[in-house]
Design a protein around this ligand. Structure first.
Ligand code: PRT
Ligand code: ZN
Length: 210
């Protein structure tokens, strides 16, 4: 039996479950349950917070998982990635108040930037030789400039409407992300064989969608 960790409720949940179903794997879901077993494939599904998924897979508590690359790389666990899945596409971007003067990333020197992704932002700034003060906050990043907490933000963007409605302007794309399948490094031969079957089906689903 292979253990798959997916997000319990959020932007990844629906498409993760849809992919598994499209692979012909049946299971019964209930919003109260923390795990379910498939009725026709040796797979058990664990429902977790997305931030916990890379750690559980790294430790082998779950064998495989589905998570956003933004979370995976932020947590320094990119070596677990085995397959891009093509959904939950988004980007991590820097944004400033729309009235602020901004010509290049050098304008962020010495500024306060609020983000939930300090590691991704730090390496982006380091590569460009820019020194800024990174303030790590866990949510509502986009209101930080209007309450005087920061000069700029670095947050996930998909349509861009959240930035616009908070009077912000996207100025740099820091990281491009999509959902990825991740796997524990030390899977047993039996589990590896189940994973290979699953991957075969995922590839067939992806081909059919192209
Ligand atoms: O509760 P849990 O910890 O499991 O969930 P979460 O709240 O941390 O994550 P969730 O469900 O919001 O997002 C899960 C993953 O979906 C992220 O890690 C990304 O990989 C991906 N994703 C795709 C997004 C978005 N699109 C997205 N638009 N994650 C967040 N957003 C937010 C963003 O933070 C901002 O507030 O949506 C807003 C911007 O959207 P637009 O369309 O207005 O630009
Ligand atoms: Zn989360």
């Amino acid at each position: 039996m292979l253990r798959l960790a997916i997000q319990k409720s959020g932007r990844l949940s629906e498409d993760s479950l849809k992919l598994i179903r499209e692979c012909g794997i049946s299971f019964i879901t209930s919003s109260l349950k923390l795990k379910t077993e498939s009725t026709n494939f040796p797979l058990e599904i664990l429902y977790l917070r997305d931030d916990d998924i890379p750690g559980y897979v790294a430790d082998g508590v779950a064998d495989i998982g589905i998570v956003g690359e933004n979370v995976l790389v932020e947590e320094g666990k990119q070596e677990l990635a085995i397959e891009p899945l093509g959904f939950s596409k988004c980007r991590l971007s820097l944004a400033v108040p729309k009235s602020a003067e901004y010509n290049s990333v050098d304008d962020l020197e010495g500024k306060n930037i609020a983000t939930s992704y300090p590691n991704l932002l730090q390496s982006y700034l380091d590569e460009r030789g820019v020194k800024a003060n990174i303030h790590t906050i866990s949510g509502s990043v986009e209101i930080a400039p209007s309450i005087g907490l920061a000069d700029a933000i670095c947050d996930i963007v998909s349509s861009g409407s959240t930035l616009i409605s908070n009077g912000l302007r996207e100025v740099e794309r820091v990281f491009k992300s999509q959902a990825v399948l991740i796997a524990h490094k030390g899977l047993s031969e039996e589990k590896r064989a189940i994973l290979d079957k699953l991957l075969f089906r995922i590839h067939a689903v992806q081909r059919a969608q192209r």
